[in-house]
Write a protein that binds this ligand. Structure first.
Ligand SMILES: *Cc1c(COP(=O)(O)O)cnc(C)c1O
Length: 426
């Protein structure tokens, strides 16, 4: 991988010409600004619409129109089996077997469903370890889980903080805290990539440490799925959840993915909340008493699938199958390194501008988070007025995610040019 970059439009265009994935950009719809594509760096928040989604939705409307209720069993994608159509691509994305994954509900709902099965505290083993500064929904979920089981969250939820003066966590410190709480730890619940700093945690090392003290290891992969290659099965992760509308481009409120490791998936005795869609498929419509979960992650389903959002997700997953996570990661590392280079050259005019995302490529995905000074909001608004879609996180962080499926090296260069223009004016 080259990191010996040049700051010029010709150079950025040369990188685009050499990019084997550059044609995927045409499969996405860019919001417009003054008649041109916006510089869209917000795929960490809501991925762009794949062109194919519209047709995929129309196909399900047609199925409904043509067959009515019989659409559950007829046509080339009968709704009854819809979760199966999503399983193989989802499994590839996270490094699992198709039985270990299921697409259902939304992320926070699934996080609670997983906690039902994997957070079964006792008087002595009841602590939840998580990173400080986790996404608020995860914080609320852990807090209310502790309360639900009769614990005081101030005691039961342990947040692991970075060292003073540091923005990111060191793996050795995470492992040390896990060992420090030892047999009191019921579960270690981390994100894969922290939404704020962009730090990619060492999932295998955290999982090993959790298991060493007899705890489960669960991960929220909202910012990780579709961003970094994963090997959840081999890493022995107990469970994971993710959403499909960020890097997976499946549209607002899109469905969530769940991973349950095979060693748990095939244990019907694991407590869980049941519903008819998780019940043994051959008997689902017999309406008999006695819940018998399907094997694997599908045995955690409650309801029948939300076909329209699953159809959008399926169309989007096909693009990941075509591109492949390894190739995406390869481009992503170069694209993010180029953004880092461009920001560093553009930011050297005296404005406060610090990248808090780890510099080490193995400890980050595509996102870079920039801690700005007092004029940060002003810069952010200037960029926005000039056709850049990025996002702002209080108190003063700009998050930029160059997404390898649809962002180009030229996008990054154009962003740098705008930042330089801003710096020169102020
Ligand atoms: C985006 C995100 C969520 C969103 O949760 P929903 O239930 O899909 O609304 C939750 N957790 C993390 C870490 C996220 O990044």
């Amino acid at each position: 991988m080259t990191t010996d970059f040049e700051n010029s439009l010709e150079y950025a265009r040369r990188l685009d010409q050499a990019d084997p994935l550059c044609h995927f950009r045409k499969q996405f719809i860019f919001p417009q600004h003054e008649g041109k594509d916006t510089l869209y760096f917000c795929g960490n928040s809501l991925g762009l619409q794949p062109v194919a989604v519209r047709q995929a939705l129309i196909a399900e409307l047609d199925q409904w129109a043509e067959f009515g209720v019989e659409g559950h069993f007829r046509g080339d994608k009968p709704w009854m089996y819809y979760h199966k159509f999503l399983a193989e691509s989802s499994a590839r994305l996270v490094g699992a077997s198709p039985e270990e994954v299921v697409v259902m509900n939304t992320l926070t709902t699934n996080l609670h469903l997983m906690m039902v099965s994997f957070y079964r505290p006792s008087k002595t083993r009841y602590k939840i370890l998580m990173e400080a500064g986790a996404f608020p929904s995860d914080q609320y979920a852990m807090e209310t889980q502790a309360i639900w089981h009769g614990f005081n969250p101030d005691d039961a939820v342990i947040e692991i903080e970075p060292r003073p003066g540091e923005d990111c966590l060191r793996t050795e410190d995470i492992i040390q805290v896990i060992h420090q709480h030892g047999e009191q730890v019921a579960i270690v619940m981390f994100s894969g990539v922290n939404y704020y700093t962009g730090q990619f945690f060492d999932i295998p090392a955290i999982t090993r440490a959790a298991h060493a003290v007899g705890a489960f290891a669960g991960f929220d992969l909202a910012h990780t799925a579709g961003n970094l290659p994963l090997q959840l099965h081999d890493w022995q992760v107990d469970f994971a959840v993710w959403c499909s509308y960020k890097y997976l481009n499946s549209g607002p409120g899109g469905p969530s993915g769940v991973f349950v490791h095979q060693k748990h998936g095939n244990a019907p005795e694991i407590p869980r909340f049941g519903g008819w869609w998780g019940h043994d498929e051959s008997e689902r419509f017999l309406m008999k008493k006695g819940f018998k979960p399907m094997p694997g992650a599908p045995g955690w389903q409650l309801s029948n699938a939300q076909i329209f959002s699953c159809a959008a997700h399926l169309a989007s997953l096909k693009i990941f199958d075509q591109a492949g996570m390894e190739a995406l990661r390869k481009k992503s590392m170069q694209l993010t390194a180029f953004l880092e280079f461009i920001l560093t050259s553009a930011g050297s005019h005296g404005h406060e501008f610090q990248i808090i995302t780890p510099a080490e490529p193995s400890a980050r995905g595509c996102q870079l988070s920039i801690l700005t000074g007092s004029s940060g909001k002003d810069l952010f608004e200037y960029l926005n007025q000039n056709g850049v879609i990025a996002d702002w996180r209080e108190p003063n962080v700009i998050r930029l995610a160059p997404v390898p499926l649809y962002n180009s090296f030229e996008d990054v260069w154009q962003l740098g040019k705008l930042i330089e223009a801003y710096n020169n004016r102020h």
